[in-house]
Design a protein around this ligand. Structure first.
Ligand code: KIV
Length: 262
């Protein structure tokens, strides 16, 4: 299993692999395969069918994290701090401590810009491992009026590099870089000595993350440009269901193989 030290040591080497997980069953399928599992607040959309991540609460995140930890005992598990639970260092420490005391997760993830560095410092100084999340930040979708790709201008690239350096100085062990132009993500990656994990940030980051239900083709409402579907999950499920319904209706299931006769 990865540790904070081995994750940091992988900077610039074989890219780190990360996917999200929300429940014990799928977490057990992913266990020991990827370097990290992320209990992302994206579960609010892909699991709970909400329009954005903002209404995910501490209780929801704790519930899903406990399930993921039960299913994946040999993988490094990272948890999103939900919106509104880390607005100041004291509140962040209280809520992040709940993640450590009520689950077996290894680290938390926090979205933000340079202003959020004191929150990260409060956590890391109290032995809570933090991944910073910069670039496009889904928790800002309402205040910013949409999801906007970052790093298109030199001034924005410099601002992102400032965010990244401030988070590193505050003790973050890694950075998630979302929705950033590839060359900007490359410059952010070169500017820090901790690994960067990209999503929609091109190929020059130190690792990649995808939402499991996107990459396995279960979430079909829309397909962002950065998502590659490695399986057509929804189609496979629907075909299997059609076969089950047909077999029940024509009485070919259950057959002798699936029946107790004595
Ligand atoms: O919540 C989430 O799933 C994320 C993605 C960027 C991976 O943070």
């Amino acid at each position: 299993m990865k540790t904070i030290t081995s994750i940091k040591n992988q900077k610039g080497k074989t890219p780190l692999t990360v996917i999200t997980a929300y429940d014990a069953l799928f977490a057990s399928l992913f266990d020991t395969k990827v370097d990290m599992l992320l209990v992302g607040d994206s579960l609010n959309m892909s699991f709970h069918a909400k329009p954005d991540t903002l209404s995910a609460s501490m209780d929801i995140m704790l519930y899903h994290t406990q399930a993921v930890c039960a299913g994946a005992k040999d993988t490094f598990i990272l948890v999103d701090m939900p919106f509104g639970t880390y607005t100041d260092p004291k509140m962040a420490l209280h809520n992040a401590s709940r993640i450590y005391t009520e689950t077996a997760a290894h680290a938390v993830k926090i979205e933000g810009t340079i202003d959020r560095a004191p929150v990260i410092e409060a956590l890391t100084k109290n032995s809570i491992a933090v991944m910073g999340h910069i670039g496009l930040m889904p928790q800002f979708v309402r205040s910013e009026g949409g999801y906007k790709i970052r790093g298109k201008t030199e001034s924005d690239i410099l601002a992102l590099i400032d965010d990244a350096k401030a988070f590193e100085a505050a003790g973050a062990f890694s950075l998630l870089v979302e929705g950033v132009v590839e060359d900007a993500a490359r410059r952010i990656t070169e500017a820090v000595s901790i690994p960067t994990i990209g999503i929609g940030a091109g190929k020059y980051t130190d690792g990649q993350v995808l939402v499991w239900s996107d990459m396995l083709g279960f979430f079909q409402a829309f397909q962002p440009k950065f998502v590659k579907r490695y399986l057509n999950g929804a189609q496979l499920v629907q075909e299997a269901l059609d076969t089950y319904i047909k077999e029940v209706q024509e009485r070919s299931f259950p057959n002798i193989e699936h029946t107790y006769t004595k």
